[in-house]
Design a protein around this ligand. Structure first.
Ligand code: 2PG
Ligand code: MG
Length: 388
């Protein structure tokens, strides 16, 4: 039986040039690794990230002694991690320390079983009745906390679902380049452009014009918590109250092919989400900061009928087992999932395998540009081509 024999944890850089950690786990015959991404517009209910030095110390001094010589089985290892930190947000050991070990261990287990990662992961998910191809959510215009000088809304997506994943990737990239030809602009944290725009609606006119084709839809991650203060929403040139922002979304839905709307209100606004959801005709509401990949918060969202989709970011919760639990629980309640990157990313492609394995509704990996984002899109192409 393969057992955990050694662990390495050290600092590396993420796509913003900030320090994050990489975890490597060794068994007798194999090793596997995971590099941790980091968010900027973080939900306040997310698992706690400790400073890299502290997380590394915890991995070496607290976690490793407890998992050494244990079977390479990520679910059993996750149980140990959860018993070491019983706080609701992993503030004792750090969500970055626990997730690094958890995912590295799952990757190692896939190697031990000699399976491509996505095939190894598949068995942990309840099968959907009908297997569907992924929507790709490509963030082509950045704002909010990801882009200085941009509009208040954080992400403007082109949503693609061509006949194959590679056709979606290449079409998205073509449209991305086309937008770039029209603009003189900076690039934001996720590779999207940061054009000078008057207000939050102007980027949508641009995308609507670029996409022309009917089968490309538009999406928004508003990340409303980042511009919500004292009951008001501070957009670029105006301040709105709840009713006004709600009406703004309804107007956008009437005017554009808006398929997807993430975090339209602040992270504690379950009722607000649900009021908007009742009024929207076709746009799907996704919970990110609202639900933080956390089953308990998801329960609340289900009770209030607040969302159609759950955004899944493993580092919001801190172990792969809990991530899988949230996905399965969402599905049992007719909520599908979008597997997502973070704004501070690494070259790691685990989330591409996860999106395929759970047959997610969508994958949100940023712009089709910059190595840390293209690595994930390229992994989707690789899986589809059968070169595992
Ligand atoms: C989001 C994410 C990723 P961050 O809000 O959905 O796009 O941003 O990683 O900064 O939380
Ligand atoms: Mg978000």
């Amino acid at each position: 039986m393969e057992k955990i024999k050694n662990i390495a944890a050290y600092k590396i850089l993420d796509s913003r040039g900030e320090e994050t950690i990489k975890v490597k786990i060794f068994s007798q015959n194999f090793f596997a690794e995971f590099s941790l991404p980091q968010g900027k517009s973080k939900g306040k209910y997310e698992a706690c990230y400790l400073a890299p030095e502290k997380a590394i110390e915890n991995i070496k001094k607290i976690i490793f002694p407890k998992i050494k010589n244990k079977e390479v089985n990520f679910q059993k290892i996750d149980q140990i991690l959860l018993s070491l930190d019983k706080t609701p947000n992993k503030r004792k050991i750090g969500g970055n320390a626990t997730l690094g070990v958890s995912i590295a261990c799952a990757k190692l287990q896939a190697k031990v079983e000699k399976k491509p990662l996505f095939l190894f992961l598949e068995r942990f998910f309840k099968k959907k009745k009908k297997k569907k191809s992924l929507f790709l959510l490509m963030n082509v215009i950045n704002g909010g906390l990801h882009a200085k000088g941009g509009v208040a809304f954080q992400e403007y997506h082109l949503i693609l679902k061509e006949k194959s994943l590679k056709e979606s990737v290449f079409l998205g990239a073509k449209l991305y380049r086309k937008i770039g030809e029209k603009l003189e602009t900076n690039i934001g944290d996720e590779g999207g452009y940061v054009p000078q725009m008057q207000d939050e609606k102007e980027p949508l006119f641009l995308l609507q014009k670029i996409k022309k084709r009917k089968n490309v839809s538009l999406g928004l991650d508003v990340a409303a918590s980042s511009f919500f203060k004292n009951g008001k929403y501070f957009l670029k040139n105006k301040t709105l109250n709840f009713d006004e922002l709600l009406n703004f979304y309804l107007a956008i839905e009437r005017e554009f092919d808006l398929l997807y709307l993430e975090d339209p209100f602040e992270e504690s606004g379950f009722e607000k989400f649900s009021l908007l959801r009742k009024k929207l005709k076709k746009t799907l509401i996704c919970g990110d900061d609202l639900t933080v990949t956390n089953k308990e918060r998801l329960k609340e969202a289900i009770k209030k009928s607040a969302i159609d989709l759950l955004l899944v970011k493993p580092n919001q919760i801190g172990t792969l087992s809990e991530t899988i639990e949230a996905i399965n629980f969402a599905r049992e309640n007719n909520i599908d999932v979008v597997v997502s990157h973070r704004s501070g990313e690494t070259e790691d492609t685990f989330i591409a395998d996860l999106a395929v394995a759970c047959n997610a509704w969508g994958a949100k990996f940023g712009a089709p540009a910059r190595g840390e984002r293209t690595a994930k899109y390229n992994r989707l192409i690789e899986i589809e081509n059968g070169y595992f």
